[in-house]
Design a protein around this ligand. Sequence first.
Ligand SMILES: [Zn+2]
Length: 431
Amino acid sequence: MSGPRAFRGRIVHCTGDPDAGGLVEHFEDGLLLVDEGRVRSLGPAETLIKNLSEDIPVTHWKGSWILPGFIDCHVHYPQLDVIASYGEKLLDWLETYTYPAEEKFADPDFARVTAEQFLDRMLANGTTSAMVFATVHAHSAKALFSAAHERNLRLWTGKVLMDRNCPESLRDTAVDGIRESRELIDRWHGQDRLQYAITPRFAPTSTAHQLDLAGQLATEYPDVYIHSHLAESQAELEWVAELFPDADTYTDVYRDHRLLRERSIYAHCIHMEDDSVATMASAGAAIAFCPSSNLFLGSGLFDLDRARVAGVRVGLGTDVGGGTSLSLLRTVHDGYKALQLKGQSLAPERALYLATLGAARALYASDRIGNFAVGKEADFVVLDPARNLLLQRRLASADTVRDRLFALLMLGDDRLVRQTYIMGRPALKEA
Ligand SMILES: [Zn+2]
């Protein structure tokens, strides 16, 4: 681990949930001091620099913004090659694009190369942590864990569990799927910054037996995560009702199999009754809000205000390949627009929160990542607004921090990323 280093620039982060008194803290000329990969102090550069030992190197990102690294609560690394594929809604999308793409991961070399490229693209977008779907092949999770370990990333993944209603080539069995998951947990869970997620694709592709065994495995490992999809499209909802006639709701399918609890992350959660949202809140389950994917696949509009009122943990997910960008900034734009259509407003403070500290909280990792509180892991991104002339012009006419932040969130994308730091070390070769 590296010795102390300081980073100077316009520094912005969230101190807490905006609904609970959290603020966006802003230092126009700030200094972030990092030691042993963790935040040691944060404040105005003018004050802090006076007490800084002369042998501590200072990297001055003049004109740039320093933000906590973005956190992607839901993304599929095997779907890089089907991003922006034309014309389908969820269930046909899976058949037409997703499954053929995932079949290629039978080849461990293909998985290894794709895992590395995926993580490098993620870092190039300023994303420093993610909850990631692999494929049904155990080696696909292993490949991603290995590549994330090399890059020292805080990352969650797991092999997909899928024992029915999918191509034969992508099917495991209830027993084998759990055995492989257990082996991966024992090998990778808690290895430095890596954590395992038990990953049934979604209820329709698992038998009740497989979900039972997955719930049993989760009970045996209370600090392991659970990652799946829930209530994304209307057609999916009808299919689940046919497949699980004894469950009152789709949410109950997971709850009845002991898969709804703290450290469980469900993508989408659009087509749900209020009772199900309350069930998620009381279980401590979290929602990955994936607006880019919801718009692209025409799945529907997520009700963020309802989730907030119910007290459910929510973070943003890109959901690539259903989503069309690995950039959390682009995902924030889509979130703002999707919520406008829903008659709701995504304030800049909440938008930043959902992409950083709120996402960390959804992943039960806000004691380690998500903002620049002293002691946290120093994952951050440097954004240079001068890389987008339209944004630069817009910022020149902004006279409040709030307006500046909103413009940055709405117009920013990966072009702005000058450097991404993982525990205080630069992660991009070409900065
Ligand atoms: Zn997904």
